[in-house]
Design a protein around this ligand. Sequence first.
Ligand SMILES: [Zn+2]
Length: 316
Amino acid sequence: MNKALIAIDKSHSFRVYLAITTAMVEDARKIHNTSPLATAALGRVLTGTGLMGLQLKNNQDKLTVQFKGDGPAGEILVTAGGNGRVKGYISNPDVDLPLSDRGKLDVGGAVGKGTLTVIKDLGLKEPYIGKIDLVSGEIGEDLTAYFFLSEQQSSSVALGVRINTDYTTLAAGGMIIQMLPDANPDSVDALEKLLNEMNPISSLIEETVKQSAGKTEEAIIDSLLARIFNTLPDEFAVERLEYREICWDCDCSVERLEQVVISIGSKDLTEIIEEDEKAELICQFCGTKYHFDKEHLETLLKESMQKEGKNNVEGF
Ligand SMILES: [Zn+2]
């Protein structure tokens, strides 16, 4: 389990969503066996989407974030719930590029040019869908632009992933600073200065964790919050509102995959049963394999035909 927290400044000008996601990103790395560059790219999207999930009002609300660029990483897709559960995948987990000019993993180059789509399922009839052109493919900048262009919300998103020499995840985390309506204009200037002078969030997490041996996760994230915001003037001092949890979790199940099989349609399903007599489906998110034998497929074929019959009646 990773900890996140939500905080607000004294003048109620901005809210902070802060998370340390090292364990979550490491879980994803192990499942998808990602290269360091893929770990950084997927890890940033997992963290950013997880933070956005904290902004959802209800536990059962869901959010999908899709980066579709023309770079060698391919598509990166992550979903998060209001309950802090996050899962995702990257099309090319082996992606590898030379380090950027600044000696960093070239996430922007791996993602390339393309679009960012955000789908929010808030339990209403239609989901909310927002789509923008990618700014840099560096993920944090793209999400910042998404908030501004698609939600008319002034937010700043910082995300970071550091990799160990043995390719495991050393430190990962992120922060969203969300400006609130009627924010004190001075707070905008103060935050701009703070963000300009701030070290990368992954370094701050690495240092904070190093200096916090034996401390609880709550105490560690409290120290991180203090470390980031301690230079702000007193009137904008940040105060913690609540701790939240954020973690990797794939909720796939036989029942869910049965629905996928049914949606293939009776015509194609009949063909699969006649030709292969079985089917194997692999969850894209966690790699779990689901086997369907002939008998199971025939049951699902019946359900599929029933469904199609019903749709036809409704169609008339
Ligand atoms: Zn799964």
